[in-house]
Ligand binder design. Structure first.
Ligand code: NAD
Length: 487
């Protein structure tokens, strides 16, 4: 086996591989070993300025291409990503700590997203409206110009590559700022875009949020920002943007997602799904994780015991090993944050039934390892009930009436996903209707379906992604009123 690659990453600005203007770098740390496995430029305000200027220069030629030509370029990026799959996965596993099995799927999803929006490029249609008898009143969809995209540390290549598809298909150019925790794959994406796309169409600026991210939001040339990350950062972005000019922001933020199991549910399927829905293969670091499991009192004890047994049976280990169900959490900061949340659960009186500690000793001499954890008897007064952990911690809540469980499910600031388990159609639909969420599974968890729009309500965000709505969200309508048919 060849030695793992040390990636000396570069940004992509105006079609060229670039270091930061002041020459500074950030280390990329493997969360399993705490070794430095690469470095990326610590992009500066000046780098963002150069990237935004390049994107602005490239904008009119890119928007002026026939949609089919933009689509062809996206399909070429997808093919190049697939060709680089093993290299990207190898870097990404070590950079993120997420398991190799799932990261392969992220590359596939990113490539599929590029192909999906390439296929939709011809659907950038407007409307005609019979507003007057003789006039022609029609709209066109105009790109914004330069779109800024800021991505979180989980699913790095999917968020960087997959989510550039819709803005580019719609005729925008871009500046992408990946998370400083997991930027290596974005540097490889920069190599690919540098070869496949015209200069300036995609620019990638690595760096910390408070510098490169903030500069991107404040750049007056960037009027459309797409953000995925935490609520606190989303709010900071709204404030910063509002200090500069009028910008359109879409926000894909956090979740504290409920899974509600009714007494008639198929428990053989529901309880393993509760564990799968926690996305332990990402160490729980997925926004859609069902981190609150509501079990009816009639199935509560049986359900708690089975879920604890399943979680105890997960194999925690080297994320490069396909046999591992879970690797470390992503960074030291994330590790300390998850352990603090576990402490609050103990302090508030939740009952530990699995995990509940960091993993140390011979098998885990270094790294940010937390045992997959389950707390039972969680109640709405506890911090673990309402705060997003974004880690491998599942809370189980007992309920007795449908009104009570819906009220508890909604009693948080979030509203991203939900999952409802019952064999009764009326119960399913009534509960779906009553729960605050943007994406709901009935007798299912986790899966995203092509063409269906994903996003949250309440503090989980603004806007929808993954369907045709995402494509349209990168355009603004222009209505045209033609008098030529009058005499
Ligand atoms: P984060 O908010 O800490 O960081 C996200 C990005 O914002 C990073 O690139 C960071 O550098 C940048 N950033 C930080 N401060 C900034 C500032 N002041 N100005 C501009 N940019 C700034 O989030 P994270 O820890 O990377 O990701 C975890 C969060 O993301 C969780 O809350 C999770 O639920 C959420 N998330 C949501 C979705 C979704 O689709 N709804 C998907 C994945 C993750």
């Amino acid at each position: 086996m060849s030695a793992p690659e040390f990636l000396d990453g570069r940004m992509l600005i105006d079609g060229k591989q670039a270091e930061a203007s002041d020459g500074a770098f950030l280390d990329a740390v493997d969360p399993a070993t705490e070794e430095v496995i690469g470095r990326v430029p610590a992009g500066t305000t000046e780098d963002v300025r150069l990237a935004a200027a390049a994107a602005e220069r490239a904008a009119s030629a890119w928007a002026g291409l026939p949609p089919r030509d933009r689509a062809t370029a996206l399909v070429e990026v997808a093919a190049a990503l697939r060709a680089e799959r093993d290299r990207i996965v190898d870097l990404e596993v070590r950079d993120s700590g997420s398991t190799v099995r799932k990261l392969r799927l992220d590359i596939a999803r990113a490539a599929e997203s590029l192909e999906y929006y390439a296929g939709l490029a011809g659907e950038l249609k407007g409307e005609t409206v019979p507003a007057t008898a003789r006039g022609l009143h029609f709209s066109t969809r105009e790109p914004y110009g330069v779109v800024g995209r800021i991505t979180p540390f989980n699913h790095p290549i999917f968020f960087a590559a997959g989510k550039m598809a819709a803005p580019l298909a719609a005729g925008n150019t871009m500046v992408i700022k990946p998370s400083e925790q997991t930027s290596l794959s974005a540097c490889v994406l920069g190599e690919i875009c540098g070869q496949v796309l015209p200069s300036g169409v995609v620019n990638i600026v690595t760096g910390v949020g408070a510098v490169a991210g903030d500069a991107l939001v404040r750049d007056p040339r960037i009027r459309r920002i797409a953000f995925t990350g935490s609520v606190a950062t989303g709010l900071a972005l709204q404030r910063a943007a509002a200090e500069v000019n009028v910008k359109t922001l879409s926000l894909e933020l956090g979740g504290k997602n409920p899974m509600v199991v009714f007494p008639d549910a198929d428990l053989e399927a529901a309880l393993p799904a509760a564990v799968a829905g926690m996305n332990f293969s990402w160490a729980g670091q997925s926004c859609g994780s069902q981190s609150r499991l509501f079990l009816h009192e009639s199935i509560y004890d049986e359900g708690v015991a089975r879920v604890a047994e399943l979680v105890d049976g997960l194999t925690v280990g080297d994320p490069r090993d396909p046999a591992s169900d879970m690797g470390p959490v992503n960074s030291r900061a994330q590790y300390e944050k998850v352990l603090r949340h576990i402490d609050t659960a103990f302090e508030d009186g939740a009952r530990l039934v699995a995990g509940g500690r960091s993993l140390r000793g011979e098998r885990f001499p270094t790294g940010y390892w937390v045992a997959p954890t389950v707390f039972a008897d969680v109640t709405p007064g506890m911090r673990i009930f309402r705060e997003e952990v974004f880690g491998p911690v599942l809370s189980i809540v007992r309920w007795s009436t449908s009104d009570e469980v819906v009220a508890m499910a909604n009693d948080v600031e979030y509203g991203l996903t939900a999952s409802v388990w019952t064999r009764d159609l009326a119960t399913a639909l009534n509960t779906v209707h009553a729960i605050d969420a943007g994406y709901v599974w009935v007798n299912g968890v986790s899966a995203h379906f092509p063409g269906t729009s994903f996003g949250g309500v309440k503090n989980s965000g603004i806007g929808r992604e993954e369907g045709i709505d995402e494509l349209f969200s990168y355009t603004q309508p222009k209505f045209v009123h033609v008098n030529a048919m009058t005499r």
